[in-house]
Design a protein around this ligand. Sequence first.
Ligand SMILES: [Zn+2]
Length: 47
Amino acid sequence: MRRSHHALKPSYAIICPKCAEPVLPHRMCTSCGTYRGKELRAEKVAA
Ligand SMILES: [Zn+2]
């Protein structure tokens, strides 16, 4: 019982609307780079 439980992963997740992969809430989808329907990877290429 030495705080080994602090490393537990959250048991909840949302489903990426784009690729349907389980993603942690408030996190960019690590599979397709989309967050809440927007591709953040392309954000820096904004016109
Ligand atoms: Zn995705």
